[in-house]
Design a binder for this molecule. Structure first.
Ligand code: PLP
Length: 423
């Protein structure tokens, strides 16, 4: 499979290069030159397939040019060794629970597949690779856990000092091994900007082989298509239009859904649900994309004022807001509304949502008012225990709480990061 840059000034390259480059030399994001199609025959068989089987079938479409079939099968089975339940919580309203991986974050799903791909290519090239990743909360731990002890790979995580929950911070700073946490005195947008700058810096590039594991990396994006295909397969027998609401920050998850739709997944509409960081819902309303500084909210993994994957969404819709509106509806919610939704949903259904999933739930309920015959799915991206003291913490998370915090405090200027990397 080949990839082009959204800025259109870089060469078309293959999978290994896009994985390691992360971002194209012209500063753009990579997109597949062609989006593969899943056959009708596949969908006729898919409703009886496990998630892992579907992941393999979709993964083959992307990776089979570069990775042999039997290796790909092993990589996918090793990476996706947990379930993704689709839970009906009200009539025709389902939660797709993506948080059953080792760090209880939806980012486990794609980061683990990507780590397998990295391991495969790093082995071939025999170089020491430094993975640089900015996190608003959950990415860092999912990435760190996925890459822990992978040979020839060092992981450096940049996170926003004081703006992640205690358990998130313990997950970021307690890994040890080949993982280092940098605690940046700034916002997630600062962290993201620093990472982007590092990738464009010649001196750093001469001294280190850098790779990115953010959602800007296409290796993170493509595996996220798997569960959109899976949910369609699961709901096919209902014979209803499917609406999927995605709690969005950097918009990698939603973009993967849009790609899955292009591949043939029968999703009628997407809801781009955000917290008060509503740059994309405003774009969908007004046609104007105006990035702004991020605002801190209770759904903190979605506190992104300038979502990177927007460039990819524009590509998918030829930079045309009208076209995008046919598939995507945007809406934002306050913390107050989110807290209320968590409370009332628990009271009426017994189901506990986390703040991120709750934003998506609100978006879905809103959209379904005008589309009552559809079946709706909202994506649950984090385990609720991470954000509430009243829910028991899963054993696999508890383990982190006892770990010692080990981080390096860093200012938010690029020279600070450069000095650290080159020392
Ligand atoms: C990263 C994250 C999101 C946002 O996903 P994007 O792909 O960045 O839009 C939502 N919820 C949780 C818990 C996350 O960690």
């Amino acid at each position: 499979m080949n990839f082009y840059s959204t800025n259109k000034k870089s060469l078309i390259v293959g999978l290994k290069e896009v994985l390691f480059n992360g971002i194209a030399p012209d500063g753009g994001l990579y997109m597949p030159t062609e989006i593969p199609k899943l056959s009708n025959d596949f969908f006729d068989r898919a409703d009886s397939m496990s998630f892992q089987k579907i992941a393999l079938e979709v993964g083959k479409k992307f990776f089979l040019d570069d990775v042999e079939n039997h290796l790909l099968e092993k990589m996918i089975n090793d990476a996706l060794n947990f379930e993704i339940p689709l839970v009906e919580i009200e009539k025709d309203i389902y939660a797709l629970e993506l948080f059953h991986g080792p760090t209880c974050a939806f980012k486990d799903v794609a980061a683990r597949v990507m780590a397998q791909l990295f391991g495969y290519f790093a082995q071939q090239s025999k170089k020491q690779i430094t993975i640089l990743v900015a996190t608003s909360g959950d990415t860092g731990s999912a990435v760190a856990h996925s890459f822990l002890n992978v040979k020839n790979i060092r992981v450096i995580i940049l996170y926003q000092s004081g703006k992640v929950s205690e358990i998130q911070e313990k997950q970021l700073t307690g890994m040890g091994g080949n993982v280092t946490a940098l605690e940046v005195k700034g916002t997630f947008d600062d962290c993201q900007k620093l990472v982007k700058q590092a990738f464009l810096d010649d001196e750093i590039k001469q001294n280190l082989t850098l790779a990115s594991a953010n959602s800007i990396n296409i290796g993170r994006l493509l595996p996220q298509t798997f569960y959109y295909v899976y949910l369609c397969a699961q709901l096919r027998k209902k014979n209803k239009q499917v609406v999927v609401s995605v709690p969005s920050g950097n918009f990698g998850n939603l973009t993967a859904g849009l790609i899955a739709k292009r591949m043939g997944a029968q999703i009628e509409h997407f809801v781009a649900a955000t917290n008060q960081n509503d740059t994309v819902p405003i774009y969908l309303k007004t046609g104007k994309f105006i990035p702004k500084p991020s605002i801190a909210t209770i759904s903190n993994a979605m506190d992104v004022g300038n979502p990177s994957n927007f460039a990819r969404m524009l590509e998918l819709y030829n930079h045309n807001v009208e076209q995008m509106r046919k598939d995507v509806f945007g809406i934002s919610f306050t913390d107050e509304q989110t807290k209320n939704a968590i409370k009332t949903t628990f009271e009426t259904t017994g189901y506990t949502m986390d703040p991120h999933g709750a934003v998506a739930y609100l978006g879905l309920k809103y959209f379904k008012k005008n589309s009552p015959d559809s079946v709706g799915v909202f994506i649950e991206t984090a385990h609720p225990a991470k954000f509430s003291n009243s829910i028991p913490i899963p054993e696999r998370l508890k383990d982190y709480l006892d770990r010692e915090k080990k981080s390096v405090l860093l200012g938010n200027s690029f020279s600070d990061l450069k000095k650290f990397l080159l020392d």
